[in-house]
Design a protein around this ligand. Structure first.
Ligand code: GLU
Length: 336
């Protein structure tokens, strides 16, 4: 395998992508797959790569989690350009976005609970989904403001489709008013919601291309709506990758501690082995083998990504016991 020497890679600094992990636990192999492919495609095409720690959720974020993620990325051989951004370091940009929305009277304070919202609407809503309908907006015009920063605030979401352009899935349409209704943009923890923070940061970090797992596909439409509402320039290009599943067909999640990178590393598994497994899953190499991350940009392009999406829309990628045994074959690694 001959990786392309970095000085021969194209440079296209008109495009920027981001790695946006949440420090809510050890990265799992599904996270690694999305991060590795985003990084490799961007390095292949010469884009800038920024790192952003999405650490606004105080309850779920681990102390030292951002440092641990940076250490895991470095261990894997995934790098980034410029200093990393930690969302919790400075809330001012998010407050400024809220002030812009409030000046247009597009946000309102509402402390209705999920149960109250469900009950008020009457019609049954799907498991986990709570659609905040327009009928629940406050009648009092004074509620359309943003002052007390320790309350829930929602954005008025007008009905209508939002068409997103996904490089891997074509044009997809979602109506955020039907999916979530008036979305939460600020929370009672005194911090912005995930949706607001992502939109503000993608803009201020100059992101043009978002490559991430397809659990966030419908969020792309919400983010695009919010981006347009905030008057930000141009739509983003989206690349939503399929998720990795476990043996039982459930998406890998942080509950699956044994698929975590730190746990594997502690068990003596090498980074090249992890990269090699993820590369084989993604069809970059025929069989798992030890593979340095530096070799991956050479193996990735848009058609590989398209093939992966086509294949996995039929047969989702699974982390099997056989994969796990292959990863943990410590004697084999030491003999190499
Ligand atoms: N921080 C999110 C995660 O780790 C990703 C958010 C995004 O890519 O917009 O799942």
């Amino acid at each position: 395998m001959n990786p392309i020497p970095s000085e021969l890679l194209p440079e296209d600094h008109s495009r920027t992508t981001r790695l946006a992990p949440s420090p809510t636990g050890d990265l799992h192999l599904g996270n690694v797959r999305s991060l590795l492919l985003s990084w490799a495609l961007a390095r292949r095409l010469g884009w800038r790569i920024v790192l952003r720690h999405e650490d606004l959720d105080q309850e779920r974020s681990d102390e030292g989690g951002c440092d641990a993620i940076e250490a895991s990325l470095e261990w894997l051989g995934i790098d980034w350009d410029g200093p990393a951004l930690r969302q919790s370091d400075d809330l001012e940009p998010y407050r400024a976005a809220m002030a812009r929305l409030a000046a247009q009277r597009l946000v309102f304070a509402s402390n209705l609970s999920r149960r109250e919202i469900r009950e008020a609407v009457g019609a049954p809503q799907g498991e986990g989904t709570v659609v905040f309908s327009a009928s629940l907006r406050p009648k009092d015009p004074a509620a359309f403001r943003f002052d007390d920063q320790a309350g829930n605030y929602r954005l008025i979401v007008e009905p209508g489709p939002e068409a997103i352009r996904d490089e891997l899935r074509g044009e997809r349409e979602f109506d955020p008013s039907e999916e979530v209704g008036d979305m939460i943009v600020w929370t009672k923890t005194g911090r912005p919601s995930y949706q607001l923070a992502v939109v503000v940061d993608d803009d201020r970090q100059g992101v043009t291309d978002v490559i991430r797992g397809d659990d966030l596909l419908s969020s792309a439409a919400r983010q695009q709506r919010l981006r347009r509402t905030l008057g930000m320039n141009g739509d983003l290009r989206w690349w939503h990758l399929p998720m990795v599943h476990d043996e039982h067909g459930r998406r890998l999640a942080k509950r699956d501690g044994d698929a975590g990178i730190l746990a594997l590393r502690d068990a003596g598994v090498s980074a090249d082995r992890v990269v090699g497994l993820v590369a084989a899953w993604s069809g970059l190499i025929p069989e798992p083998c030890d593979l340095p991350a530096s070799a991956v940009p050479d193996l990735v392009d848009e058609s590989v990504m398209n093939t992966l999406v086509e294949r996995e829309s039929r047969t989702p990628c699974r982390f099997t016991q056989e994969d796990d045994r292959w990863l943990r074959n410590i004697r084999n690694i030491r003999n190499k």
